[in-house]
Design a protein around this ligand. Structure first.
Ligand SMILES: *[C@@H]1O[C@H](CO)[C@@H](O)[C@H](O)[C@H]1NC(C)=O
Ligand SMILES: *[C@@H]1O[C@H](CO)[C@@H](O)[C@H](O)[C@H]1NC(C)=O
Ligand SMILES: *[C@@H]1O[C@H](CO)[C@@H](O)[C@H](O)[C@H]1NC(C)=O
Length: 373
């Protein structure tokens, strides 16, 4: 179901489409990206820093790092100033058997970020998915599973001590109705597992920002209110929690408005933490065409602009930047083209939506569409 470059080529050749929209949708807006070959004024991390953010980054995975066309873009700090390992730090790879640790895959991405002088966001410690069976189906008591959680966090945080800007300590702990997800951690340890995980992480690496991360946190809902309640409760107990990650796995045409996203990010900041968009991608019903790509550009622009507009939002991470490496087609049948680069490494119109969001300081309403350059 992956989007093929040949599909785009076929559609691009249709004169009716180009007559309607012209070509501007595939090129940068006025005044942006026209600074010549060596200009940095269309590079995302550079623009994000100018807009007052810490970074604009991307997730990446070990199996992608031998694609030279891909790594040429990935390794450009001015484009991506921050990396997240998509998989290499997840429990099933890090501790596949009890107390047997393997940091290899996570280290490869961490070392690449170091070599490129990119910020490393680390992901993730306690999550019900991609969890080895020995944890998920163990015959635990509260005491024995708590010891397992403490050991895992201790070993992993020690391994990357001082190297991670942030850790997603707990991932996807809530249902959409705001109730706690019934994971092995919740079922066995109860609500105490939140404080246990955050306290352990804070003790081992006091320098890293400790985040709770989840999807469907992009607009006010029962789920966002539940996360805010948890943050306030942890803070009241003097448990260190520094950030909320809104994953931002969004859908073209049903992405929350810029205003809704700004208001929502501000709600999180009001609980005394920073926020970040940690896994942004915006999928569409394939095939990509001029209409859904134009809407995707607006949706990306609004989402990134919301982070730019909120002071406590430190940055945006996209969940890989190249369509063939996106998780979307394998999980959502018939959907894809969710990233910023097509299979042939040409840029989606949404790339320029992101550029506009970063270059505008989040202030402007929508640029006129299509771009009038
Ligand atoms: C650790 O993980 C790497 C990457 O998946 C693998 O190649 C290696 O064999 C593993 N090491 C051990 C000791 O299992
Ligand atoms: C689970 O653990 C309890 C107490 O530790 C023990 O009595 C019980 O037999 C175990 N059950 C299984 C299926 O191993
Ligand atoms: C473009 O694709 C969408 C689905 O993503 C579809 O609903 C729409 O009809 C298509 N438009 C054109 C002009 O092909």
């Amino acid at each position: 179901m992956k989007f093929q470059a040949s599909t785009l080529a076929a559609f691009v050749a249709i004169p009716a489409v180009s007559a309607t929209l012209g070509w501007p949708w595939i090129s940068p807006p006025n005044g942006i990206g026209h600074g010549g070959k060596n200009s940095d004024n269309d590079l995302l991390h550079t623009l994000a820093v100018k807009a007052g953010k810490k970074y604009f980054g991307t997730a990446t995975d070990n199996g992608e790092l031998n694609n030279k066309d891909y790594t040429k873009i990935l390794n450009n700090k001015k484009q991506f100033g921050q990396l997240t390992p998509s998989n290499g730090q997840k429990w099933m790879y890090i501790e596949p058997e009890q107390n047997v640790f393997n940091f290899t895959n996570g280290e490869v991405v961490g070392n690449l970020a170091k070599k490129n002088h990119q910020i490393l966001r680390c992901h993730t410690l306690v999550w019900h998915s991609q969890l080895p069976e020995w944890v998920e189906f163990g015959n635990w008591t509260k005491e024995t599973l708590s010891a397992v959680v403490v050991n895992h966090i201790t070993k992993v945080l020690t391994q990357w001590k001082g190297k991670c800007y942030a850790w997603d300590v707990i991932n996807e702990a809530f249902n959409d109705d705001g109730t706690f997800r019934e994971t092995v951690f919740y079922n066995v340890i109860g609500e105490d597992y939140f404080a246990l995980a955050f306290k352990t992480a804070a003790k081992i690496d006091p320098s890293t920002k400790l985040y709770i991360n989840d999807y469907n946190l992009e607009a006010r809902s029962d789920k966002t209110r539940a996360v805010q309640k948890l943050v306030r409760s942890l803070k009241k107990q003097k448990v260190k929690i520094d950030g909320v990650g809104a994953q931002a796995h969004l859908i073209v045409g049903s992405t929350p408005s810029r205003e809704a996203q700004i208001q929502n990010l501000q709600d999180f900041v009001a609980t005394g933490v920073e926020v970040a968009q940690t896994e942004l991608d915006i999928r569409l019903a394939l095939p990509a065409n001029a209409t859904n790509l134009a809407q995707q550009s607006i949706d990306y622009e609004n989402t990134v602009a919301a982070c730019v507009a909120v002071k406590g939002c430190v940055g945006t991470t996209i969940w890989d930047f190249y369509d063939p490496y996106s998780w979307v087609p394998s999980v959502f049948a018939g959907e894809g083209a969710a990233t910023l680069y097509f299979e042939d490494f040409t840029k989606h119109p949404a790339y320029w939506g992101v550029v506009k969001a970063l270059a505008s300081g989040g202030k402007h309403p929508h640029w006129p569409w299509p771009f009038n350059n």
